[in-house]
Ligand binder design. Structure first.
Ligand code: 5AD
Ligand code: SF4
Length: 455
């Protein structure tokens, strides 16, 4: 009976979790579930969690506190609720979550969520608490139902103009600070044919931009239709050939896997957007070595030069960690210097957070919290100047904008420039899902304002 049951999904963390959340709720739709925005109405609640830093992981428990009241309230009204913890906290903590939080019925890891309908059914009918954090032999992507992306406008008139597509998952790089190899498992690339198939289905439903996702996406090496190994560059070119798709992006990359063919794709594939997220984490070679990053600061600089030669207008983005164990003031200054030198359009910066089971958590000379906070503040001050400058430099130019949703103000549209900046412009709802030239008239800390030139 379609539409008789409801699922509420809350997503924490990275874009891959956003993708996984979509696939999880889609997997329940053949069993009569529709999505809801309010947990009060939900027969199944899924928290799709992130374990990358302590703060992210803690959010789950505060959310579970809130859910406990909702679940009690529903029970008083004779309704059951299956409270599910999915994602990376589920993988990392498993049965501990069940022990710590009586409200939780089901714990499911990122590699076993294709079993969700069965697990939910068992949790409901056997009324017992279940943990599935296996790394099964079978490929979850082969088991999941095909994409059922809704074509109906969402509340606020948004259409799905831009979509994520996981092409690679897991990581064997073992940066010493990072939990990803433990929560997502070893590197795995999906076969090309299934990716092109999924991309076509997204395009049929109105998607104009696809972001190829992977924890280490540029290490992609999937089986091609001819049985040979394909690189990410080859996959991007094939995506670029799909009719109806206008834009291709990819994230996240590791400098070590930034091959020449991928750099060349930024010059040769018109649909590949001039934007690259390439984390460098720290500016001092001693810290980079302790992080097991497999590159030096100079190698990163040389790589950026090469990329800028191939695509001079490329906007660069990065991730930076401050206060890794043993980081001195001088070493932190090298991070600031590298930022100053490269000039990132966008950046994400974090205080180092010791994660259970990772080598860096056991290192001596952990940096004091107040020192980390002070360094982060200085770094973010500098990054903000660069982002504002990058945005201000766009004023006066006309750039193609893919409109994705209505803005908060009446008659306002919000879209993205090729450089991933949010762009606000006055316009009609029928421009959603279309790419339109916009003359940039103003800039802010994190977005642009513009005037539509022609529709
Ligand atoms: N502490 C702080 N930041 C971290 N990141 C990954 N692990 C940690 C950690 N233990 C950051 C890195 C990575 C981004 C996704 O999160 O910068 O690129
Ligand atoms: Fe973590 Fe990225 Fe390093 Fe993998 S490559 S271990 S995801 S920081």
């Amino acid at each position: 009976m379609p539409g008789t049951k409801k699922v509420f999904v809350k997503t924490f963390g990275c874009q891959m979790n956003v993708y996984d959340s979509e696939r999880m709720s889609e997997s329940l739709s053949p069993y009569g579930f529709t999505q809801t925005d309010s947990p009060e109405d939900a027969d199944v609640v899924i928290l799709n969690t992130c374990h990358i830093r302590e703060k992210a992981a803690e959010k789950v428990y505060s959310e579970l506190g809130r859910l406990r009241q909702i679940k009690d309230q529903r029970r008083e009204n004779g309704k059951g609720t299956v409270v599910t913890v999915a994602g990376c906290v589920a993988q990392a903590e498993g049965a501990e979550i069940i022990a710590r939080s009586p409200v939780v019925d089901l714990v499911v890891g990122p590699q076993s969520y294709h079993r969700l309908p069965d697990l939910v059914f068992r949790a409901q009918s056997e009324s017992r608490r279940i943990v599935d954090t296996n790394f099964p032999e079978e490929d979850k992507f082969a088991k999941l139902p095909e994409r059922v992306v809704s074509n109906a406008p969402a509340p606020g008139g948004a259409r799905l103009a831009s979509a994520f597509l996981t092409v690679q998952e897991g990581c064997d790089k073992f940066c010493t600070f990072c939990v990803v190899p433990y929560t997502r498992g070893m590197e795995f690339s999906r076969p090309v044919a299934s990716l092109l198939d999924e991309a076509r289905r997204l395009i049929e439903r109105g998607v104009r931009e696809i972001t190829l996702l992977g924890q280490n996406v540029n290490a992609y090496h999937g089986e091609g239709p001819d049985g040979s190994d394909w690189t990410l560059a080859k996959l991007i070119a094939a995506m670029g050939d799909l009719e109806g798709l206008e834009r291709v992006r990819y994230t996240t990359s590791h400098p070590h896997d930034m091959g020449d063919d991928l750099i060349a794709a930024h010059r040769d594939v018109p649909k590949l957007m001039p934007y690259l997220h390439l984390p460098f984490q720290a500016g001092a070679d001693r810290i980079l070595a302790a992080m097991n990053r497999k590159h030096t600061a100079d190698q990163y600089r040389a790589l950026i030069d090469k990329i800028r030669n191939a695509r001079p207008d490329i906007a660069l983005s990065t991730d930076i960690i401050v206060g890794f164990p043993g980081e001195t003031e001088t070493e932190f200054a090298q991070t600031l210097a590298l930022v100053e030198e490269i000039g990132f359009a966008q950046a994400f910066s974090f205080k180092y957070s010791a994660r259970p089971g990772t080598p860096a958590a056991k290192m001596d000379d952990q940096v004091a919290e107040d020192v980390k906070s002070e360094r982060l503040q200085r770094l973010q001050g500098l990054l903000a100047v660069h982002t504002s400058r990058f945005n201000a430099d766009c004023v006066g130019r006309t750039v193609p904008v893919l409109f994705e949703r209505m803005g908060r103000q009446e008659g306002q549209l919000v879209g993205r420039s090729p450089y991933l900046q949010p762009v606000h412009a006055a316009g009609e709802q029928d421009l959603l899902g279309r790419i339109i030239p916009v003359e940039i008239s103003g800039s802010g800390a994190n977005s642009l304002m513009g005037v539509i030139r022609a529709a």
